[in-house]
Design a protein around this ligand. Structure first.
Ligand code: GLU
Length: 295
């Protein structure tokens, strides 16, 4: 079987609408795929219904359409993939690679996000408990195409991490690894807020014998007050009637040099220019860019 040389994806969470920071990440992933003749897939990461904003899924699809960011095939929804997650979770639990944790949030508060291992050897049953993956006393690192070498000591920096929450919802770390592998993703291009998640994902890939994609993390766009442009913060949703100027602005944020007159063209022309001229090496090697400083 021959695998396609390049399969990329955009994987938004419908806990909000797309904003300028999501456009930068989506555009980078789209152009990197198309410039290499690759596929570009769309996956809706709707793992957390209580945090989902009503209408966000439809709005995300409409916005991508208005910006000319056409994906290949069907949009996959993680809410349809629970059986696959459950199967792997049960396997990890049976093998003792994961265990049930009954610690309350309050009990863990003093540990700054690194799980101290209280339930590691407790032998709790899996129901009404979070499931954590045991991590080794090892560094997991990779070479990001833009950000360079990045590694974390899993036990010291992260600790055993949650792969299914106590309320039964599957965790992003598990779902993203299974779905990237299942969809044959060769290249992950996404926001630099996820750099810190990548070593956990590498460990899961290794445990499950999955192929490791290449990674490229693009700078986050932050507001003057230091807020990440994101769903947890009220950032403006992308207007659908200004696709070309905002695509040009996103290209500039990615270090590309589009000619000024492109702002008056249509979204498709901007994308065609972007595909033809794409230079991933020009992306700023920075984890964040201030929105106010963009042209
Ligand atoms: N769903 C994640 C987000 O919207 C992105 C996941 C990924 O690209 O790996 O932040």
């Amino acid at each position: 079987m021959t695998l396609p040389a390049y399969t990329g994806r955009f994987a938004p969470t419908p806990s909000g609408y797309l904003h300028f920071g999501s456009l930068v990440a989506a555009l980078a992933s789209y152009l990197d795929a198309r410039a290499q003749g690759g596929q570009w897939l769309l996956r809706m990461e709707d793992l957390d219904p209580p945090r989902e904003v009503e209408g966000a899924q439809a709005a995300i699809l409409d916005t991508l359409g208005a910006y000319g960011l056409e994906w290949d095939g069907e949009c996959i929804r993680q809410s349809q993939r629970h059986a696959a997650y459950a199967q792997v979770l049960e396997q990890l639990f049976r093998q003792g690679l994961a265990y049930a944790c009954r610690c309350s949030r309050k009990r863990l508060e003093p540990y700054g996000g690194v799980y101290p291992g209280f339930c590691r050897d407790a032998g709790h049953a899996a129901d009404d408990a979070a499931i954590r993956l045991r991590v080794p006393q090892l560094n997991y690192g990779f070479s990001d195409r833009i950000q360079g070498d990045f590694s974390q000591h899993l036990a010291g920096d992260v600790g055993d991490f949650v792969i299914r929450r106590r309320d039964g919802l599957y965790a992003y770390q598990l779902a993203v690894v299974l779905d990237d592998a299942w969809q044959g993703v060769t290249d992950v291009v996404r926001g630099a807020d996820l750099l810190d998640s990548t070593p956990r994902q590498l460990y899961l890939q290794e445990l499950l014998g999955l192929r490791q994609p290449r990674y490229l993390h693009v700078p986050l766009i932050i507001q003057p007050d230091g807020h990440k442009l994101g769903k947890s913060y009220r950032s403006a949703p992308l207007p659908t009637d200004q696709a070309a100027p905002l695509l040009v602005r996103a290209l500039r944020a990615l270090g590309q040099k589009p000619p000024a007159q492109l702002t008056r063209a249509g979204a498709r022309e901007v994308l065609a220019w972007g595909i033809a001229q794409w230079d991933a090496t020009a992306i700023p090697r920075s984890r964040a860019l201030a929105e106010a400083q963009l042209e």
